[in-house]
Structure formats: C-alpha cells, structure tokens
Ligand binder design. Structure first.
Ligand code: ATP
Ligand code: MG
Length: 392
C-alpha cells in the first residue's frame, strides 16, 4: 500500500521547552523542512503541525521521509497511511500495510498510540489487528506474533478523528532546528575534523559560516578545494543557511612567521592568527562564537598547553570545540555519516611550513614574546583585505 503521510517526531528536547519556545522552534522546523524538500523538488501537499509531531502529506513518501532525516530537530520519521479513526478503516489499512511489510516467516507485533476519545481502547486495537493480520496472511505466510522483539511492528497512531498506520521508522538526527541559535563562524580546514565540528554546531541550531585559511604556497589548491567541497556537502544539512565560505590568504603571513619566529612556534603563531581572522569575520557576520575542529591532544597544536597558548589570541568570542573529548574514530564515524569523510581524505599536500619538532608544551609568555616581533595586526588586516567570499 502506498503511504501518503510522513509522521515527523520532534526531538525530545524540544518537547520539554516552554510553550512559547516550543512554538517558535516548531515554526522554524517547519520552515526548514519546507526548504529541505523544495531544494530536492519534493513538493508536499501540506505540512501540518500538531503537538510533538508534524505531519507531511505527500505523494512521494519514501523520498520525503529520507530527506527529512537530514533536517535537525527531528528524532525520527515514519511513512504512514492516513485513515479515519473508525476501527474498520484502521483494520483495512493495517491489513494492507502488513501485506507489504511482513515477509514470510517473520515475527510481528501491533502497537497502538491513541489521543482523544474513542469507542475502543489501544489494547483492543492491538488485539484485533493482531488477530486479523494473522488470519488474513496465514494462507500465504507463516507468521508469528512476538511482542518483545518483533521483526516488524505495525503501528497505529490514533489522533481524534484521524489515524495513521505504518510499519517503518527512520531515525533522524535529533538536535534543534537550524536558525534557533545565533550564528557562529567556523574554521574549516578541508581535514576530517572541522566539517564534523561544523555539523555538530549546526545540529544544535547555530548556522555557521565557514572560513578557510589558505596557506598557499605551503599548501596546495587541492586542500582549498577540499574545504570548499566539504562546505558544499554540509549544505545538504543546512536547509538554506549555509551559503558562502570565506577564503583568506595567509601564505605571506606564514612566510613572515618563518622568518622572524622560532620554528617550533610556527603552527601556534599561525593558529593565533587564524583565530584573530575569525574574530574579525565574526564581527562582520554578527556571529557570536568561533568553532574549530580541535580535540585534546589530536595534533601537537592541540595539547592542553598549546590550546591555552592559542586561546589567548582571541578573547572577544568564545572558541567552541565540539570535538574536544572525541576520539578520532568517533569523529570519523560522524564524518562518514555526514558524507564529508570521502572528501576530507582525498590526497593533498600537507602544510610544508609545519616544523618537524613543534612545541607541545609552549609557554604563553614565550609565544607572546615571539609574536611581539611580528606585526600581527597588519598581518590580519592584509589577509582580510585579500579575502574572497565564494557563494556555495
Ligand atoms: P582538521 O582535521 O579539521 O583539518 P587537524 O586535525 O588537521 O584538523 P589542525 O591542523 O591542528 O588539526 O587544526 C585544528 C583546527 O584548526 C581545525 O579543526 C580547524 O578548525 C582549524 N584549522 C586548521 N587549519 C585550518 C585552515 N587552513 N583553515 C581554516 N581552519 C583551519
Ligand atoms: Mg584534527
């Protein structure tokens, strides 16, 4: 049987918000859903809000359901068939759904969730449908009821005069609707970590603006391309919020750092410069934080000592590090899921300015002393003057 409605379940965290906040979040979510669907040319007939749920009426249920699993603020979706709350209608619909969903020798269960007043209890619906499905399919299929661990669950949701029947639920991402939090800027490198950090930030509702610091000629064109391509990939999750990427040339600055500062501090000084550049772009973009893909100890520049030494460079905005406590494998698992991994691992020249023996326990005073020999303000200015914005 063709399904015609997607049941969209909102993230549990939205449900516990105050009435006003919840309504605001639901409205934003609805907008984002519309955007996500229209960007894929999926035109729903209607999107209807109800408490804790949004119903999407559509003629292309499966594609619509899949697209919605990428919209933040949704915990799961189910392509369902809508019917009336008359027990007879529910039964006929459930039989048709069961016919396609339950295979030979499968175990199944029926679940019912009911809101409103009806001449039957939820238990009665389960019992009746269970019996009917067994009876109806027994000639062709050898079925068994299993209430604890069924292979297929035929679910019925009754809401006042309407009912929905489904046998499939797709998990979504949870989080909050994008745009319910203030903006951030993100340092996006083209590597594995930073796109994941962007994604996690967006997942909690903050639209983020990626910044790539272009260290050419110490890195190559391919690294830049990877940054742009990961940003494009992240658009699939952004419901129209991710429109551009800043490309900021930094090669001349690295040259100056190499000439004037001890080699072991090259990366630390470069990072301090990056933070300052991000700070200035955050000003322009009305962003309220800077996101990076740093995780404790993942690189020499990410030891606790070194994070302390770079953090001090930009104090006007919080530096957000969503991956702080992640192991690499955990980060990679998300990168694979969100589709950036394949782009990030493409071959490119690593930064040739990185010293062979970088400081791992830099003292802030020593770093600042080295930095004093450089005109950091002018360096930030020069980089920003030559910055380019690429529309995604
Ligand atoms: P990633 O996997 O994200 O590239 P990494 O493991 O290579 O990070 P670092 O080079 O120390 O580690 O970078 C740490 C963080 O600094 C990155 O996650 C990113 O947020 C930021 N960053 C590093 N290089 C750049 C760059 N060229 N442009 C923008 N941001 C950068
Ligand atoms: Mg990293």
């Amino acid at each position: 049987m063709e399904t015609d409605t997607i049941i969209v379940r909102l993230s549990g965290e939205i449900g516990v918000k105050s009435e006003w906040t919840r309504r605001t979040y639901e409205k934003k979510l609805k907008e984002n859903m519309k955007h996500a669907l229209s960007s894929l040319d999926l035109k729903p007939n209607a999107i209807v809000r109800a408490r804790g749920r949004i119903y999407v009426r559509t003629q292309s249920a499966m594609e619509t359901a899949k697209a919605l699993t990428k919209v933040f603020g949704i915990s799961s979706v189910s392509p369902a068939k809508q019917t009336t709350s008359e027990l007879n209608d529910i039964t006929q619909t459930a039989l048709a759904i069961a016919e396609t969903a339950i295979q030979e020798n499968a175990t199944f269960a029926v679940r019912c969730h009911r809101v409103g007043t009806h001449p039957y209890s939820s238990q009665e619906v389960c019992r009746k449908l269970g019996e009917q499905i067994l009876e109806h399919l027994k000639r062709t299929r050898n079925l068994k009821v299993n209430l604890t661990k069924p292979e297929v669950t035929v679910s019925v949701e009754v809401r006042d005069k309407e009912a929905y029947v489904y046998a499939q639920s797709l998990p979504a991402q949870g989080g909050f609707p994008l745009g319910t939090q203030a903006r951030t800027v993100s340092l996006l490198s083209g590597g594995i970590d930073s796109p994941v950090a962007c994604w996690l930030t967006m997942k909690r509702g903050s639209p983020t603006i990626p910044i790539y610091i272009d260290n050419a000629p110490y890195t190559d064109e391919r690294t830049k391309q990877k940054a742009i391509d990961t940003a494009r990939k992240l658009q699939e999750w952004s419901t129209g919020h991710l429109r551009k990427i800043y490309i900021v040339p930094n090669g001349e600055n690295i040259k100056a750092i190499q000439e004037k500062a001890p080699a072991r501090f090259t990366c630390l000084l470069c990072k301090r410069l990056m933070y300052r550049i991000a700070e200035r772009i955050a000003d322009t973009e009305n962003a309220l934080g800077i996101v990076t893909g740093e995780a404790i100890g993942e690189q020499a520049s990410q030891t606790m000592h070194n994070l302390y030494a770079i953090d001090e460079a930009a104090t006007r905005y919080p530096i957000h590090r969503p991956l702080l406590g992640f192991d690499k494998l955990e980060t990679e698992a998300i990168a694979r899921k969100i589709g950036t991994f394949e782009i990030s691992i493409m071959k490119a020249k690593g930064c040739t300015a990185a010293p062979s023996m970088p400081a791992t326990q830099a003292r802030l005073n020593a770093v600042k002393e080295a930095e004093a020999k450089l005109d950091m303000i002018a360096m930030v200015e020069a980089a920003l003057q030559n910055a380019q914005i690429i529309e995604l």
